[in-house]
Design a protein around this ligand. Structure first.
Ligand code: C5P
Length: 245
């Protein structure tokens, strides 16, 4: 990778906080060390959509991680609204099917064009990493493995016009092989060697994920719960800036 700036553009810090104040405090602490932040349902439920405006006014990009999953019309409408909020990335569940994914991308493109702004990356959540192949078969009656179903969903998302997928770091290589170099791969489940695993059971290091082809990695507690978040972020940036791209 060419430099640290390029490396830091790959890292998305998850603002998993119940209050806006704590989230913005971390953003201010990290300053120029971090450009992209993930706003998930917890922060969105407590701070509302205004949090996006506040992050943008600090010069930050937002990954809105609300994983939309509804009928195509509803997802199309919320995709339009998400685009109008100026997010850089948002996501929908591949489980919603191709019509739903198409509606998300089409409405997002229209809204971006009307507003004269760049259109966000619309990504499909493949299989949540909390699900195992046993749950797929026994509970959900999906007669496939996590790996095969993830590849299938990635292809479906690509055929539906989406920009990429969210998948576990264990599926990066398979998705790359199936969908090519330009398809965006974003992965959580990341733990640096020096960080606590917390409740993550299957994870990879930032270096492994980037080597295997992740465009973006989502990191939460190793930075957000660190005694020195800037130092932790800096360490990750340095680690991945050594990776050849
Ligand atoms: O703190 P940690 O680094 O584990 O946080 C990871 C973030 O990525 C959290 O917001 C979590 O909800 C999200 N995530 C995950 N595993 C998935 C999907 C999302 O950890 N499979």
């Amino acid at each position: 990778m060419k430099n640290e700036m390029e490396a830091s553009e790959k890292i998305i810090i998850a603002l998993d906080f119940p209050e806006e104040e704590r989230a913005l405090n971390l953003v201010d602490i990290l300053g120029s060390f971090c450009r992209i932040y993930k706003v998930g349902s917890e922060l969105f439920a407590s701070a509302g959509s205004k949090i996006i405006e506040k992050l943008r006014s600090r010069g930050k990009d937002v990954f809105l991680d609300l994983k939309f999953h509804d009928i195509p019309n509803t997802v199309g409408r919320v995709s339009r609204l998400s685009t109008q909020l100026g997010v850089r990335i948002f996501n929908v569940h591949a489980f919603g099917g191709s019509q739903m994914m198409k509606a998300a991308k089409e409405e997002s493109l229209k809204a971006a064009e009307m507003a004269g702004q760049d259109s966000p990356l619309v990504l499909a959540v493949t299989i949540l990493t909390s699900l195992t192949s046993d749950v797929l078969v026994d509970e959900l009656k999906i007669l496939s493995t996590v790996e095969n179903q993830t590849i299938h969903f990635a292809r479906l998302a690509q055929d539906s016009g989406l920009d990429g997928v969210v998948c576990s770091p264990f599926e990066i290589e398979g998705v790359r092989e199936a969908c090519g170099e330009k398809f965006v791969v974003l992965t959580p489940g990341i733990r640096p060697k020096w960080a606590a695993a917390n409740d993550q059971k299957r994870f990879k290091t930032p270096v492994e994920a980037v080597k295997e082809g992740a465009d973006f990695i989502v990191v939460g507690r190793p930075v957000t719960q660190s005694e020195n978040p800037r130092e932790s972020m800096d360490k990750i940036i340095r680690e991945i800036s050594g990776v050849k791209s």
